[in-house]
Design a protein around this ligand. Structure first.
Ligand code: PXP
Length: 268
């Protein structure tokens, strides 16, 4: 597909508002993907069977989550290969598998067939995903990997920083979705936070003009999620750490429902 992307508003002019508003009217409510990695983190701390990951996913589903997200890391620090199999078998809502574009994991994903894969960068020593994928720098490999997934009927999202070059490269590589990295927004305060939010708004508009669908996530919590869920054109948020942490005090079903209340507020 050879689309022309527009980011006039990012450079001071008007953006491609027609495309953005047609998507907006059909998607005024954000979807919530609940990342359940940290249920598995707790289980792996004892290498035991509890807490039961599938049970957790089913509680999220019952509470109204739109998808279940999990990250099969190369070091298997939380989610294990078998988890994918059981999640896929038991949940009815879509499974979104976060993963590095590493051959071993790609093969597992092709075999498990989640509804969507989200390609992320991965470093062994990191505590969590640090920043977005360098799509430009790994273009050839990512394009080939994306084509393999699309051929298998699995949709592909790329986790990228809100930067024009990375969003444009995502479209050129054949991704259907981008997930904009909100980690910097989450860590900023005051004016810096507002600037990051504005970046997310502009990159959402730009990505939509490229024909991409837009999700966002990382570092979002009960305090900072609403301004992001209100961004026109963002159709899904993927949130894990804060929901699972809050669930320790109020229970998983309530924690998901409280986040849903914030995320599902109708956009203007
Ligand atoms: N989106 C992506 C691509 C991620 O890698 C993660 C963390 O696994 C999340 C969303 C969720 O981030 P958090 O756990 O900070 O809510």
């Amino acid at each position: 597909m050879n689309r022309t992307c527009h980011c006039e508003s990012a450079s001071g002019g008007r953006g491609n508002l027609e495309i953005a508003s047609s998507l907006r009217s059909s998607q005024r409510l954000c979807r919530l993907g609940v990342n359940i990695d940290h249920i598995a983190t707790l289980r792996q701390s004892r290498r035991g069977k509890e807490p039961d990951l599938v049970k957790g996913a089913l509680i999220c589903e019952k509470a109204g989550a739109d998808s279940i997200v999990c990250h099969l890391r190369e070091d298997r620090r939380h989610i294990q290969d078998n988890d994918l199999f059981f999640l896929k078998k038991r949940i009815k809502i879509p499974l979104n598998l976060e993963m590095a574009a590493a051959e071993e994991i790609v093969k597992i994903a092709l075999k498990t067939r989640p509804s969507r894969v989200t390609l992320v960068p991965e470093k062994r020593a990191e505590l969590t995903t640090e920043g977005g994928l360098d799509v430009k720098g790994n273009f050839k490999h990512l394009k080939k990997t994306i084509a393999r997934f699309k051929k298998a009927g699995i949709s592909v999202s790329l986790f990228v920083d809100p930067e024009i070059s990375q969003v444009k490269a995502s479209q050129e590589a054949g991704a259907q979705f981008v997930e904009l990295h909100t980690g910097i927004y989450a860590n900023q305060k005051g004016k810096g936070k507002e600037e990051e939010l504005e970046k997310l708004r502009k990159m959402t508009e730009f990505a939509i003009s490229c024909g991409l669908k837009v999700d966002a996530g990382h570092g979002l919590n009960y305090e900072n999620v609403v301004p992001v869920s209100r961004v026109s054109g963002i159709i899904g948020l993927n949130i894990g750490y804060s929901i699972i942490g809050y669930a320790l005090f109020i229970g998983l079903e309530k924690a998901v429902k409280e986040m849903l209340k914030l995320v599902k507020e109708e956009k203007e």
